[in-house]
Design a protein around this ligand. Structure first.
Ligand code: 6PG
Length: 490
């Protein structure tokens, strides 16, 4: 067999499906896995796969190798080696194994959910070894990897021309002719993995918002799963059309053999691999209020405290149960509007964090292009992202999505519904951390004056931390001896 176009290390399902996607599109792929049996099972099993998974001729374009040396020797120059292993130390281990086998200019690509800080570090290390590194987000799960993921590459810009063809060929496509790839160069060093982290954080926010909408409809209106199926089916035909709304609709249709709904049997304790948490941690480092996604992370944490919540449920009571007496159909529309407005606040926060990170790391990020990367293939793919791309196309330096004319009018239209849903839920003792964080962010961001004047006075009173004055130039600091100046206690 002639040398391969690209090599891939790490044959878990995501890796296997990316290999199939590449081979299905005509690329020749060499594969290696630390466990040889996995390599042999994958390559040996190709002939048994259906034609819609392994296209005719694709199997012949895939070859498995039992040693890193044979694997590397099988690749065309400059070699392109994609790593699809668990984030963290395993990635470093594979890089250390590859480095002595590669030639100057060869390219190592990390396609896992790596921490952008690791990618920043690896980028420098690999550049120092006269090699080139790409850290890329790959979103869309196992199905996306096979049928067309969203791919968010960043790192050594000289490497991009050598991987652009493969990645844009296998990525999801959008646009009127379904030919615009959801893959484009994001930026330097860890920028690709940073954008993937923001994607995952927004994913957490979207998922929690949908869960809170479900919780409200179920507890305020008493909707059944069949009614919830119809609600999400209808919502997915409008401005909330998205992969997550679509799968939520489907989840309400899955039944157990006895006819009961599976969703009611699933334990209410969320897990998390950590990418949403990383976004919240870095938001705090940047001093950026990414409140919705942080509340979404905490909602997962609180849900995981199941035993404690069960104990507390027997001890802590809300107010006397108030019953909803309004119009059911209108309230469902209210929840839809509240979900839309809250979702916008989440994306607005995500982009504010992207801008802050770009400034922090000197990355030149294109917010409109990032929306296009997310328009298809990834978990947060939605019609909504088309409107976000339009907003940034109109104004590439838009300070906050809430200030875009289209979105500003959408939120103003949604406000009455948004506030009714929050008020009703609070009155009925329902926890809606992300819905309420969204409204508080909106109400906080639009205030010219917040109560931080009192906070500055408190800090100066007990810590002499000084404060600025409204009637003096910014940056000029003042201190008051509050104990001397205060009304003396009688
Ligand atoms: C994607 C997903 C994926 C994510 C898993 C689990 O873009 O395909 O975001 O990368 O890791 O869905 O994520 P959590 O365990 O953090 O929910």
């Amino acid at each position: 067999m002639s040398k391969h176009d690209i090599g891939l290390i790490g044959l878990a399902v995501m890796g296997q499906n990316l290999v199939l996607n590449m081979a299905n599109h005509g690329f020749s792929v060499g594969v290696y896995n630390r466990t040889t049996a996995t390599t042999d099972e994958f390559v040996g099993g190709l002939k048994n796969e259906p034609a819609d998974k392994v296209y005719p001729g694709a199997a012949e374009r895939i070859a498995g190798y039992h040693t890193p040396e044979e694997f590397v020797a099988s690749l065309k120059s400059p070699r392109r080696v994609m790593i699809m292993v668990k984030a963290g130390a395993p990635v470093d281990a594979v890089i250390q194994q590859l480095k002595p086998l590669l030639a100057p200019g060869d390219i190592i690509i990390d396609g896992g959910n790596s921490d952008f800080r690791d990618t920043n570090r690896r980028h420098e290390e690999i550049k120092a070894a006269n090699l080139r590194f790409i850290g890329t987000g790959v979103s869309g799960g196992e199905e996306g990897a096979l049928k067309g993921p969203s791919i968010m590459p960043g790192g050594h810009h000289e490497a991009w021309p050598f991987v652009k063809d493969v990645f844009q060929t296998i990525s999801a496509k959008v646009g009127p002719n379904n030919d615009i790839p959801c893959c484009d160069w994001v930026g330097d060093a860890g920028a690709g993995h940073y954008v993937k982290m923001i994607h995952n954080g927004i994913e957490y926010g979207d998922m929690q918002l949908i869960c809170e909408a479900y919780f409200i409809l179920k507890n305020v209106l008493g909707l059944t799963n069949d009614e919830l199926y119809e609600v999400f089916k209808e919502w997915n035909e409008g401005e909330l059309e998205s992969y997550l709304i679509e799968i939520t609709r489907d989840i309400f249709s899955v039944k157990e053999p006895d006819g009961s709904h599976l969703v009611d049997k699933i334990l209410d304790t969320a897990q998390q691999k950590g990418t949403g948490k990383w976004m919240s941690q870095h938001a705090l480092d940047l001093g950026v209020p990414t409140t919705l996604i942080t509340e979404a992370v905490y909602a997962r944490c609180l849900s995981a405290q199941k035993d404690g919540r069960v104990r507390a449920s027997g001890l802590l009571k809300g107010i006397a149960e108030t019953k909803f007496t309004g119009d059911k159909k209108q309230f469902i529309e209210d929840v839809r509007q509240a979900l839309y407005a809250s979702k916008l606040c989440s994306y607005a926060q995500g982009y504010v964090q992207l801008d802050a990170a770009a400034k922090e790391f000197g990355w030149n990020l294109n917010n409109g292009n990032i929306a296009l990367l997310w328009r298809g293939g990834c978990i947060i793919r939605s019609r909504f992202l088309g409107d976000i791309k339009s907003a940034f196309d109109k104004n590439p330096t838009l300070e906050n999505l809430l200030l875009d004319d289209f979105f500003r009018s959408a939120v103003e239209k949604a406000q009455p519904s948004w506030r009714r849903v929050i008020a009703t839920s609070v009155q009925m003792g329902l926890p809606i951390p992300v819905f309420s964080a969204a409204l508080s962010y909106f109400d906080g961001y639009r205030q010219a004056r917040l109560p931080a004047n009192l906070l500055q006075a408190q800090r100066d009173y007990f810590g002499a931390h000084t404060y600025e004055r409204t009637d003096q130039p910014r940056g000029k600091m003042f201190h008051t001896d509050w104990i001397r100046e205060r009304k003396q206690p009688s």
